[in-house]
Design a protein around this ligand. Structure first.
Ligand SMILES: Nc1nc2c(c(=O)[nH]1)N[C@H]1C(S)=C(S)[C@@H](COP(=O)(O)OP(=O)(O)OC[C@H]3O[C@@H](n4cnc5c(=O)[nH]c(N)nc54)[C@H](O)[C@@H]3O)O[C@H]1N2
Ligand SMILES: Nc1nc2c(c(=O)[nH]1)N[C@H]1C(S)=C(S)[C@@H](COP(=O)(O)OP(=O)(O)OC[C@H]3O[C@@H](n4cnc5c(=O)[nH]c(N)nc54)[C@H](O)[C@@H]3O)O[C@H]1N2
Ligand SMILES: [Mo]
Length: 765
């Protein structure tokens, strides 16, 4: 390789051009064709070559010494060993656990975003490997929009179809008069799309709407949850009260004769079962604008005015995924569907509802015309699974029953946990509870790039090559581009590609042929590219051969349905294009769900006050949405992420009134606390947030101080404060946006953040 060169790379936040000198990435800039490249690229150089890299296979000291309980996981030191020794230990441990307890006691749900790239996909590789040796317990769903995944099939149809078929922004710009955003459509989040996003189109989409005179209402605790260019009206309802607000709107539509009866009759079922509840005939409480005002903190007249405005023209109702990542998160979606059905514009250009605009940069912008090749995962002989957010529940309650989708299931007895490509000590709620849960398995294996908190809670940590350190190609699941990902630099220390690790392990377990199918890494890459070419051919598109592609630039494909209007075909002919629901229609009342007889999800949309708020102990609603400066916890030790920290702590946004009441000034170190936990953060005062709310992004690496009460996080990870309760027993989804906290200024001395460098390491022998 020459001394200095520029090469292409692809990440979940976009295509980058990496400038490489002497075997190191010096900087990564956006691609020239990207109109709004992400600054998250600026983190890559510092993080990839940073002090937190896992460089050698590492074994937790007490585990290695055969006294695994001597020091709790997360507080122990590690011994660096050779690959030979680490893989021998894993092979022996897998064999022991399988023999003694069966494959149903291996949990490899391994949730997480890993990296872009079709072949070196961390979860795909792990699952493929484990399937060749008898299987594992998987996880079902995600942390992003699990309530949508689980609820939507009952009331409209599979949620992934709704993402692909979302009404295009070009249609909204042309046809909508009004867009009502529950939870906004935060530009910071549209930097990202799973698997890659070659062009960031959302700023241009917003500009086009503004130019066309489309009006926006932003119902969100953050004014900046929508691009300033559209000049949205801001209605900051209390977090967790969107359902009540929507009911107030629905009530107004009903009493002011603004309801589309013909639509309800032809396309929906069960409105007559919901109406007595809306009007208070069934429970004595009319859900009118006045009642909604009490729940939301908005003015009753403002609610009535919004209802009239929505009925006066073409209105798109948008519910951000964050709104359903909350207590009873099923309800705002169900109620949004009901509200849209009452307006009668579902299936019309620019009308109806969408759940998830803003959940990535491509929804409503493009869709890919064909699927990229994927590594076949084989068959998992174990059929057991857990809903993904029940990880701590499972570890703490082996064998215990739990409700899910109207059935009673039982937790597996997980003896061995293996995580690759995710960071549960980032993504899970109530980290103190998760710490306790992570003490229960006999063995925890984590494959990691960096010494994340999850790696620190493992027994065996395997150092892996990062995306820029291996050859692959990017084909984002909803991106319309194919991106070459040549290896840019060598992996540091003893870090290896995961495919090689599993090949060596499979050999020890007599499964090498089953795992590799006799193919080398390069042969696999070629095979996946050939699959992609074949899929492309099916869509009438010719792709170059692998070598030419790898040496070239981004290939952009066209959106197969650039004028997509969600549910237009259903509106056209509800018999021929019936919805895949039990009735074939929109279910405002679901017989199936009613039949489950749940106390947290009835047969029609219902109002349940969020639990922490109802308990009334702490005054401030904690929002913990996605970080602008990184992808979740990835690259937290990079330059862009670090540039936003305050004295090394994560910034927490707070309204000046709430700050003044506590003697807090901009830039102060503060402590957020509740009964579950504590963390430090740096105060950022802003009028952009509603009073009564604080916003602490996710993703600051968890850095517990074991000496401080509740193992206080020094750094600012909000998940020490969130609760580990589910949205409901119907869907068992995460509910991270529903925590209440208080906050105080810190005057006493406090330790620096330590988590951006490796933990204490000893060498073997
Ligand atoms: N409070 C609160 N919590 C939340 C949310 C919230 O809104 N509020 N949001 C939730 C949501 S929507 C999500 S999706 C989750 C995200 O949670 P995660 O997906 O777990 O978060 P990431 O930081 O992306 O974790 C990916 C990890 O994989 C590692 N990695 C990257 N590439 C590779 C690779 O090739 N191999 C291996 N072995 N490892 C690799 C990275 O170093 C990183 O540690 O967080 C959830 N948590
Ligand atoms: N830069 C960046 N972009 C990302 C990610 C990232 O880590 N970094 N992660 C990606 C992933 S995995 C996902 S799932 C998506 C998530 O995308 P979203 O779910 O849309 O994002 P969130 O930030 O969780 O929530 C959006 C907004 O909802 C508001 N909100 C919270 N609670 C309530 C409420 O009760 N009512 C109302 N009306 N509003 C509320 C908050 O102000 C928040 O800003 O983002 C993706 N994009
Ligand atoms: Mo997500």
């Amino acid at each position: 390789m020459p001394d200095s060169l520029t090469r292409i790379t692809s990440n979940h936040w976009g295509v980058g051009l990496a400038h490489i000198e002497a075997g190191q990435i010096k900087s990564v800039s956006g691609h020239g064709d990207d109109p709004a490249a992400s600054l998250i690229n600026d983190n890559i150089a510092g993080s990839l070559h940073g002090a937190a890299r896992v460089l050698r296979p590492s074994i937790r000291k007490s585990w290695l010494e055969g006294a695994p309980k001597a020091v709790p996981r997360g507080q122990d030191s590690f011994v660096e060993v050779s690959w030979e020794r680490a893989l021998d230990l894993i092979a022996a441990e897998l064999t022991r656990v399988k023999t003694q307890h069966g494959n149903g006691s291996i949990y490899a749900g391994s949730y997480g975003w890993a990296s872009a790239g079709r072949f070196h996909h961390a979860q795909g590789q792990l699952k493929r490997f484990l399937n060749t040796i008898g299987g594992f317990v998987r996880s079902k769903g995600n942390y992003s929009y699990n309530a949508a995944l689980e609820l939507m099939p009952h009331i409209v149809g599979p949620y992934p179809d709704q993402v692909a078929q979302a009404t295009r922004w070009s249609v909204i710009a042309e046809h909508s008069d009004l867009v009502v955003l529950f939870g906004g459509i935060a530009l910071r989040n549209t930097q990202v799309c799973g698997g890659g996003i070659a062009r960031h189109r959302m700023p241009a989409n917003m500009k086009a709407c503004a130019d066309a005179g489309v009006e926006f209402v932003n119902i969100s605790p953050l004014r900046s949850d929508v691009d300033a260019v559209v000049n949205a009206d801001w209605m900051p309802a209390h977090p967790g009260t969107d359902t009540a607000l929507m009911m107030g709107l629905a009530h107004t539509l009903w009493v002011e004769a603004l309801t589309d009866h013909a639509f309800l009759e032809r396309y929906a079922t069960g409105f007559e079962k919901f109406l007595p509840y809306l009007l208070g005939q069934s429970d004595g409480q009319p859900k009118d604008a006045h009642w909604a005002a009490e729940q939301t903190g908005l003015e009753a007249e403002a609610i009535r005015a919004l209802a009239r405005r929505m009925a006066a023209g073409r209105t798109m109702i948008s519910v951000a995924a964050g709104v359903q990542r909350a207590d009873y998160g099923e309800q705002p979606m169900w109620m949004a569907v009901t509200l849209a059905a009452m307006l009668g514009q579902i299936g019309l250009p620019g009308g109806g509802f969408t759940v998830g605009y803003g959940v990535n940069g491509n929804i409503g912008a493009v869709e890919r015309p064909f699927a990229g090749g994927t590594i076949p995962q084989g068959q998992n002989p174990v059929s057991d699974f857990i809903p993904v957010a029940m990880i701590a529940d499972m570890l703490l309650n082996p064998g215990a029953p739990y409700p899910y989708q109207g059935k009673t299931r039982h937790f597996p007895d997980a003896r061995l946990v293996w995580w690759a490509g995710g960071n549960p000590f980032h993504h899970h709620q109530d980290l103190n509870r998760l710490r306790a849960a992570f003490q229960t398995p006999e063995t925890v294996i984590v494959n990691e790039v960096n010494w994340t908190a999850s790696a620190r809670h493992a027994d065996i940590v395997l150092p892996v090559a990062a995306a820029q350190e291996r050859t692959d190609f990017g084909a984002g699941t909803s991106d319309n581009a194919l991106v070459p990902m040549p290896q840019l630099v060598a992996p540091p220390g003893d870090a290896r590609e995961e495919f090689e690790i599993y090949t060596d392990l499979a050999r020890r377990l007599g499964a090498e042929q089953a795992f590799t199918q006799g193919k080398t890494r390069d042969q696999w890459l070629l095979a996946l590219w050939e699959d992609t070419r074949k899929n492309a051919q099916g869509a009438g598109i010719d792709l170059p051969e692998w070598e030419a592609f790898l040496a070239g630039d981004v290939i952009t494909l066209s959106d197969p349905s650039p004028h997509q209007v969600f549910l237009a075909d259903f509106r056209d002919d509800p018999k021929v294009n019936a919805l895949p629901t039990p009735s074939g229609r929109i279910e405002i009342f679901s017989k199936t769900i009613a039949g489950f007889d749940l106390n947290d999800c009835a047969g029609h949309p219902s109002w349940y006050p969020p639990r922490d708020r109802a308990a009334g102990i702490h005054p401030l609603a904690l929002l913990s949405g996605q970080p602008k400066t990184r992808l979740h916890s990835q690259l937290d030790n990079g330059a862009y992420s670090l540039s936003h920290k305050i004295q090394g702590r994560e910034p927490v946004r707070i309204h000046p009134n709430d700050a003044a009441a506590r003697g807090i000034e901009d830039g102060d170190i503060v402590e957020l606390f509740n009964a579950r936990g504590r963390c430090l953060a740096g105060a950022r005062l802003t009028q952009e947030i509603a009073p009564g709310c604080v916003f602490l992004w996710t993703g600051a690496w968890y850095d517990p101080d074991h000496e401080a009460p509740k193992g206080r996080c020094r750094h600012g990870n909000p998940n020490v404060l969130t609760h580990d309760l589910r949205s409901s027993t119907l869907t068992q989804s995460p509910a991270s946006h529903s925590a209440m906290v208080d906050i105080r200024r810190i005057d006493e001395p406090h330790d620096p953040v330590t988590v951006h460098s490796a933990p204490p390491l000893e060498s073997d022998g």
